[in-house]
Design a protein around this ligand. Structure first.
Ligand code: 5AD
Ligand code: SF4
Length: 478
């Protein structure tokens, strides 16, 4: 009797048990029909979701599924969803609706939805009642249960829902199938404790949990050995990394530790919360040669009244002090930010304060959002009587300002030589590669594909709105 038969006889308990059972199913399909089982994953939302999807892909691959780009022919279709704004949710519903016809063609197709959107009880309920062809619904705390849910679906049929509020399966040992070979995402913490009043994230991702420093170091060492050149540290608020560890560790200490690892690589991180961004952290960024000189520091608004209503816990003045301190300590530092326009009660005067702050900071780029009401958040209870057209006009004004500033940053680079990590094929012309500077500026340049994954010097010749174009100089060493 082989191992798997023995396992079928005893009750499966662990992720590995369930994974082996599904694997036997996919192997049986292959021996009967000569067809490798396939899975399609579509990821909506932020880098944390991208990172979770790499774990979902890792588990699917362990279970014998080959990843495919074609949802219509896949045996498993998985959407990893985002809840941060309403239009993200609408897009998911649209895409799920489109799968109905595919499922009618292929009745064995398993459709699964997971992530931030499905973690919300009202959404899980809507999916259960209005989308009967969705087989598995699970939330952010249950991604490690994918093998178990899949096995139950395969062996028992029916539908399964798990939106537990607590982590049901540890993430630490999940297998990972990474998207690229140059940049690797490494979560350093999960969840968020901040309860910004507009934001659904603390409701769907739970309280802050930091990974052990030694686990992060081990993962990064492995990635460097595997040839990754950019380590992207992830967390909703990386600046509060380590506060809950015993003994506590700071994010600055984590950066310092990773910076000391041998090898040719760079470190980026996102996202920083201004309230936890200390001078110590800025000094560390200045000192650590592998840490990119780019700080994504979401301000959300330039009005103190709105910042208070958002529960951001800093003032515009405190934010600007941080910017000035970093500019004094880190030559050529670049800032990017997130801004919400049209928060409930935002007046013309509040918006002007945001506009002036953008003029003062001169961000390299901005992620700008129209406020979106999220069920369960405090801001959802606030009166919001500003007409959409007024909000849109403010949004457009802000975008025009940022376009001008972003273009000026790019024009300032023309004639200069910048160090770029070549990441992949470019968009602006055939034969071009794309990469980023330390400051996060996208650079496109003519070069051979063999240079993907190398640090190169590029002389900038042309500024575009979203990137700069240049010519390759000699290949540079770090
Ligand atoms: N409406 C609009 N934008 C939002 N964000 C988060 N919640 C909302 C919301 N309800 C934005 C914030 C955050 C980014 C990831 O998404 O700017 O920093
Ligand atoms: Fe949301 Fe604020 Fe937490 Fe960011 S810090 S995830 S905006 S609650």
């Amino acid at each position: 009797m082989n191992n798997i038969n023995q396992m079928e006889m005893k009750q499966p308990h662990t992720r590995e048990d369930y994974s082996a059972l599904v694997r036997r199913h996919t192997e049986r399909l292959f021996s009967l029909y000569g067809k490798t089982a396939t899975a399609f994953i579509r990821t909506f939302g932020c880098q944390q979701n991208v990172s979770d999807s790499e774990k979902l892909a890792g588990m699917l691959s362990e279970m014998g599924y080959a990843m495919t780009d074609d949802p219509l022919s896949a045996d498993v279709v998985l959407f990893n969803t985002c809840a941060v704004r309403e239009n993200a949710e609408d897009r998911v519903f649209g895409n799920v609706g489109a799968l109905k016809a595919a499922k009618e063609q292929n009745r064995d197709m398993i459709i699964a939805l997971c992530g931030c959107m499905t973690q919300q009880p009202h959404i899980a309920e809507k999916l259960k009642t209005s989308y009967p062809y969705v087989d598995l619904i699970f939330g952010t705390h249950s991604i490690g249960r994918l093998p178990e849910l899949l096995w139950k679906k395969i062996s028992e049929g029916g539908r399964f829902v798990d939106i537990s509020q607590e982590e049901t399966c540890p993430r630490e040992d999940l297998p990972v199938l990474r998207d690229g070979s140059v940049r690797a995402w490494v979560p350093v913490m999960y969840g968020c404790n901040n309860f910004c009043t507009y934001c659904v994230v603390p409701l769907v991702r739970g309280r802050e949990r930091s990974r052990e420093l030694s686990d992060i170091v081990r993962e990064v060492e492995g990635l460097i050995q595997a040839g990754y050149k950019e380590i992207g540290l992830l967390g909703q608020n990386v600046n509060s990394y380590g506060k809950t560890l015993n003994p506590p560790v700071t994010f600055a200490q984590l950066l310092e530790t990773l910076n000391a690892l041998p090898g040719e690589f760079i470190i980026r991180f996102t996202t920083s919360h201004p309230k936890d961004c200390t001078h110590e952290l800025i000094d560390t960024i200045a000192r650590c040669e592998k840490v990119c000189k780019h700080i994504h520091l979401p301000v959300q608004s330039g009005s103190n009244r709105i910042l208070k209503a958002m529960n951001r816990k800093y003032t515009a003045e405190q934010y600007l002090e941080l910017i000035d301190y970093a500019r004094a300590k880190i030559p050529n530092v670049a800032f990017t930010s997130d801004i919400i326009v049209g928060f409930p009660g935002e007046t013309e005067e509040d918006f002007e304060a945001t506009y002036r702050l953008i003029e003062r900071v001169r961000y390299h780029s901005l992620f700008t959002f129209l406020y979106s009401k999220r069920e369960g958040t405090k801001a959802a209870e606030l009166p919001d009587d500003t007409p959409h057209s007024v909000k849109q006009a403010r949004f457009d004004r802000m975008l025009a300002l940022q376009r001008k500033i972003g273009m000026e940053h790019h024009e300032n680079l023309v004639g200069h030589t910048v160090r770029v990590l070549a990441e992949g094929k470019g968009k602006t012309a055939p034969g071009r590669l794309t990469g980023k500077t330390e400051q996060g500026v996208i650079v496109e340049f003519d070069a051979d594909e063999s240079l993907i994954g190398s640090f190169v010097s590029v002389r900038v010749t042309q500024a575009l709105l979203w990137a700069v174009v240049g010519t390759l100089e000699t290949k540079s060493l770090i």
